[in-house]
Design a protein around this ligand. Structure first.
Ligand SMILES: CC(C)(COP(=O)(O)OP(=O)(O)OC[C@H]1O[C@@H](n2cnc3c(N)ncnc32)[C@H](O)[C@@H]1OP(=O)(O)O)[C@@H](O)C(=O)NCCC(=O)NCCS
Length: 173
């Protein structure tokens, strides 16, 4: 596989993110408007990966308003033809480094083994503790959604930021 390149998404990428989320057949697909808004307002804490000029994956995230040193990863998707080659892992490392955060959060449902593995391995790579607690249980939803377990990973070792020193020095907030 050719080398992946990473950049912040632009508003014009919103429809691509929506399409990748739809194609994943796993993610809760939000409105196309939500992805446009995300690309406008949370681009600095999100990432799109391209391989040979083709969108191959994305991560959307935000810095928690009450805990701005924590990156909340909202959605991760990798296109079917690019999976299980380390792209999602590399995107997470890259985004954590760009954001210079001390920790990462996400939520995972019990049945999502790839996602569980992705974040467990992320914690291992960064020498960080991973805690798992039920965050949103079915009775909170109007539609019988499965429990979303909160994964809190941190503190992150210096490895991620050290990989992109100029970004680590500058920060992106
Ligand atoms: C989850 C997802 C983003 C992983 O992308 P990816 O690029 O294939 O992941 P990576 O190649 O970086 O693999 C990361 C780890 O997960 C493991 N993994 C990836 N796909 C897996 C699968 N289908 N089953 C089990 N483990 C899997 C990898 O083996 C790797 O672990 P390792 O380092 O121990 O080998 C991708 O499967 C996807 O887009 N799924 C649909 C959307 C989704 O569920 N997103 C996550 C919730 S937000």
């Amino acid at each position: 596989m050719s080398e992946a390149t990473f950049r912040q998404p632009a508003v014009s990428d919103g429809q691509t993110l929506w399409q990748m989320a739809t194609d994943s057949q796993v993610l809760d697909v939000n409105t196309s408007y939500a992805y446009l808004l995300w690309c406008r307002d949370f681009a600095k804490t999100s990432l799109i990966a391209e391989i040979d000029g083709t969108p191959a994956g994305f991560v959307t995230g935000y810095l928690r308003p009450d805990e701005p040193e924590i990156l909340m990863v909202w959605q991760v998707a990798v296109g079917a033809g690019f999976q299980q080659r380390g792209l999602a892992a590399t995107m997470l490392d890259e985004l954590a480094a760009r954001c210079c955060v001390q920790g990462v959060e996400t939520t995972v449902t019990e049945d999502n083994a790839p996602s569980n593995r992705l974040f467990t391995r992320f914690a291992e790579r960064h020498g960080a503790e991973l805690t798992r607690t039920a965050l949103f249980t079915p009775e909170l939803y109007p539609d019988g959604h499965d429990t979303e377990y909160l994964y809190r990973i941190g503190p992150l070792g210096p490895g991620a930021a050290a990989r992109v020193p100029e970004l680590a020095a500058a920060g992106i907030r």
